[in-house]
Design a binder for this molecule. Structure first.
Ligand SMILES: [Zn+2]
Length: 505
């Protein structure tokens, strides 16, 4: 039953001309009117103990990978080699013979920094096993996978650790593809997971093959319950515009752009820096178009075809390269700067109105290692939320799920408090107010995904997408409490209702 009227303790609309309301009226999946009085007639959903925000938008995640990760072995809790091995052994025991063990999420910083080697996977026996690092830019493979790759003519380092493009290009094609049925199931599970954390729309980084064969059928069958604005990860040339154009877009699913990687990550020391890392000799490396000097023509082509270029750039050198190309060919400022974790202060002035897509939870995971990697003199380049806002940039928040949690309220907590996973507060001068953090997950993210009129706001004509929280996100003490999602609504339909799980005496 679609909702008609909704009342709450308070509704934050994100519309600066009328930021607060008490009641909303919904018609045909969109907001019809907002009011300060409860309606006198008509069916009304009373959420009077809840605070309503526009549906939260995740500007950058990996929907299918996230959905699949929900059922793969999660090693993010491993705090030692023996815990790592025990988790692997326990999972291997549950898998049918010969099936690959696929794990993700390990982080060597959890046990003092020693990188795992292929022996760490020996409890799998002869079964092929792979384990991605938490940043997905490095993968550990076991003896069985090494042997398999060698018979297929691939070179594998003796450590069993593959990085960046070697990981994707050497190993990627040999991993058995998950069946279509399981991929569709993963897509539906990913949506249910996102709704449970208050996300109603997401910018998803996906391959065209998956958009065509998984996302479109899921949309048509009704299991794509979150609005998806997809960016194609396909890096073939010429760019597959006709394939992308053939995907029929609507309010639920639309292809909005193409992605390129300008560098790697801080965690793997592969982000491209202007100066060397402090804890190792190198300065990372540029990748793809940024490496071969074709970033500008690549961007120009995408913009001319009516799409938005999205470029992964974490190091200050990679960001400078993307900025240079954007200054050359993108006066409308449609390019999405993904991650933007380290920025040279002198370049900030050029970011006015440009889209900076950041993931606050990455600050929580990377801040403890940023001090060693970058040194004290470069801490003022790391996660410059406030400096970007001061420069007039459009800050759009997201998660990069499944690299880290998809929970936007956890992301807000990091952006507001600066409190990282080591329990310490990092770069407090860059902390945002709750209002600024919420804006980055609503209006900022809506602009990032190219839909400021319908998304990220609750005003007449916009999507009736909203999240109800159990406490006031503007007033709560984020150091000690995080609001919980009570209900998530998309297009005027309740799609997640935590109240259903409440046990009432
Ligand atoms: Zn990503």
């Amino acid at each position: 039953m679609p909702l008609r009227h909704v009342t709450a303790a308070r509704i934050w609309t994100s519309d600066s001309s009328a930021p607060w309301a008490k009641c909303m009226t919904i018609q045909n999946g969109r907001i019809d009117a907002l009011d300060h009085e409860a309606p006198t007639a008509g069916e009304t959903l009373c959420l009077d103990g809840a605070w309503i925000l526009p549906g939260l938008i995740d500007s950058h995640l990996h929907l299918l990978m996230g959905g699949l990760s929900l059922s793969r072995l999660d090693l993010s809790g491993a705090r030692s080699r023996s815990e790592f091995e025990q988790l692997v052994e326990a999972r291997a025991a549950t898998l049918p013979q010969g099936q690959w063990l696929q794990a993700w999420g390990w982080d060597e910083l959890h046990w003092g920094g020693e990188k795992p080697t292929l022996d760490w996977l020996r409890t799998c026996g002869t079964r092929p096993a792979i384990a991605w690092r938490c940043d997905q830019h490095c993968v550990l493979v076991n003896h069985a996978v090494v042997a398999l790759l060698q018979t297929r003519g691939e070179l594998v380092p003796p450590t069993g650790l593959l990085f960046e493009q070697v990981a994707w290009n050497t190993l990627g094609p040999h991993i058995p593809k998950t069946s279509l049925a399981l991929r569709k199931q993963a897509c539906a599970e990913a949506c249910a997971h996102l709704l449970s954390v208050g996300v109603t729309s997401a910018g998803a980084m996906e391959y065209l093959d998956d958009i065509e064969n998984v996302l479109v059928p899921c949309r048509d069958g009704g299991s794509l319950t979150v609005r998806i604005r997809a960016t194609a990860l396909d890096r073939e040339r010429p760019l597959p515009f006709s394939r992308a154009g053939a995907i029929c877009g609507d309010d639920t699913l639309r292809v909005i752009g193409f992605k390129s990687f300008a560098d790697g990550t801080l965690g793997s020391s592969t982000a491209s820096m202007l100066e060397n890392y402090c804890d190792s000799g190198g300065s990372g490396a540029l990748l793809e178009h940024a490496l071969d000097g074709t970033l500008t023509p690549w961007m120009r082509e995408i913009l001319a075809a009516g799409y938005s270029p999205s470029v992964h750039a974490i190091g200050d050198r990679a960001l400078a390269e993307v900025l240079r190309a954007a200054l050359e060919c993108d006066p409308e400022k449609l390019t999405r700067f993904e991650h933007a974790q380290t920025i040279h202060p002198e370049t900030l002035v050029h970011y006015r109105d440009r889209i900076i897509s950041m993931q606050p939870f990455h600050k929580a995971t990377d801040a403890p290692l940023a001090r060693t990697r970058l040194g004290a003199h470069r801490q003022n380049r790391f996660f410059q939320f406030r400096e970007f806002l001061r420069s007039g940039a459009c800050l759009a928040f997201g998660s990069d799920w499944p690299i880290v949690t998809a929970d936007p309220l956890e992301g807000m907590r990091i952006a507001i408090t600066g409190c990282a996973l080591d329990g310490k507060i990092h770069g407090a001068d860059q902390n945002l107010t709750p209002g600024e953090a919420i804006t980055a997950y609503t209006t900022g993210a809506a602009k990032c995904l190219g839909d400021s009129r319908s998304m990220g706001r609750l005003s007449p004509g916009s999507f009736a997408d909203f999240v109800a929280l159990d406490r006031d996100p503007f007033a709560c003490d984020w150091m000690n409490e995080v609001p919980q999602v009570v209900m998530t609504v998309v297009g005027g339909e309740i799609r997640h209702d935590a109240r259903a799980h409440e046990i009432r005496p």
